[in-house]
Design a protein around this ligand. Structure first.
Ligand code: NAD
Ligand code: ZN
Length: 345
């Protein structure tokens, strides 16, 4: 089968690789019908993620079940499914507490040996372990390009918004208008804020943020913290959602909220450690939350919101390409020539 593989920093290549097969009793073999390129793939491309050469890439995918192991109960061949970007067992202590992203058996698709040695979704086929808990069925009437993002960036946008504790009438600041920031812009509005400011430097992305109900702030033109302060009578936003993954963006997210406000970070931090403004956090009684999304908790309700027409995640897709063009897709996404690219095998 064809698959996009990691070769080394800055180098991804389409290769012929063996088709994977059901090995464990709770595995499902999925024929991929749509994959996507994520900001986390750019961390891999830039060599920021520990990766072994030859790894099959891709952690955002939907497809059709081709075969299941004997213990898979919820799915059968022919079912349309969306997968979370990571696996969870559903029965360990942390899964039973609802923290599926802390599952002791967790593995991440398309991230190589260091993250569980799973396959990837930028390929013709992928095996999903712990299939009953890792996947959701796609309801009739929801297309692949609407369902795909519940497995990663839409759930992440919702997770970021929920943890920002947005109340009706609030002012929210979203730092970053990449795919994750745009999903956060959409999801924040489910909580009833009066204003959602969206900060970025890429005009095309800020335009989409505006179409989605956000108020764009171009950080190339104005200082974003100053702009939010002057728009809020010098007070600041009630909460911020960081969707970039750079320490400078986390700083913006911290500095643009008012006393008593909440900062919700979902970008993967670019540094292992960095300065943290403890005194400011204490003086201003701020709440700081960070982490990767607990996807399995959100897939079903988000599919319901899509079915009800209250979320339209497919609106951020700017380019539809073939899997064979994945190398070019990475280049375009990295150069910010594309907002979100989906790939058809
Ligand atoms: P992306 O790289 O396409 O988007 C980042 C955006 O931030 C870009 O538009 C860029 O112009 C903008 N930006 C850069 N510096 C900025 C700054 N200082 N202030 C404001 N904007 C700035 O990536 P993406 O796909 O949107 O993903 C965003 C982050 O979320 C990545 O770090 C990704 O790895 C992470 N992520 C986390 C989870 C999770 O579970 N927490 C899930 C998916 C992705
Ligand atoms: Zn991702």
């Amino acid at each position: 089968m064809k698959a996009l593989t990691f070769q080394g920093e800055g180098d991804v290549k389409i290769r012929e690789v063996p088709k994977p097969s059901v090995a464990a009793s709770n595995d499902a073999l999925i024929k991929v019908t749509l994959g996507a390129v994520c900001g986390s793939d750019l961390h891999i491309l830039h060599g920021h993620t520990p990766m072994n050469p030859g790894t099959i890439l891709g952690h955002e995918f939907v497809g059709v079940v081709e075969e299941v192991g004997p213990e898979v109960k919820r799915f059968k061949p022919g079912d349309r499914v969306v997968s979370s970007f990571f696996t969870s067992c559903g029965h360990c202590t942390l899964c039973r507490k609802g923290w599926f992203n802390q599952c002791v058996e967790k593995g991440t698709f398309g991230h190589g040996e260091y993250f569980g040695g799973l396959g990837g979704g930028q390929a013709d086929y992928v095996v999903v372990p712990n299939a009953d808990h890792t996947m959701e069925g796609i309801p009739d009437g929801i297309r692949d390009d609407q369902a795909i993002f519940v497995g990663d960036i839409l759930s992440t946008g919702f997770f970021g918004a929920e943890r920002a504790e947005i109340k009706p009438g609030d002012v929210v600041a979203i730092v970053g208008a990449g795919p994750v920031g745009l999903m956060a812009t959409m999801c924040a509005q489910l909580f009833g804020p009066a204003k959602v400011f969206v900060i970025d430097m890429v005009d095309a992305r800020l335009e989409i943020a505006q179409e989605l109900g956000g108020i764009p702030i171009n950080a190339k033109e104005v200082h974003p913290v100053g702009a939010i302060e002057s728009a809020t009578g010098g007070i600041g936003a009630d909460s911020s959602i960081e969707c970039v993954g750079l320490i400078s963006a986390i700083d913006t997210a911290i500095h643009c909220v008012r006393g008593g406000g909440t900062i919700s970070v979902v970008g993967v931090p670019s540094a292992v450690q960095a300065d943290f403004p403890y005194l400011r956090m204490w003086l201003k009684s701020l709440t700081f939350r960070a982490g990767w999304c607990n996807v399995q908790a959100y897939m079903r309700p988000l599919l319901e919101l899509i079915a009800a027409g209250r979320l339209r995640p497919e609106k951020i897709i700017s380019h539809r390409m073939k899997l064979e063009q994945a190398e070019e897709a990475y280049r375009m996404f990295d150069a910010r020539e594309a907002t979100k690219i989906v790939l058809t095998p």
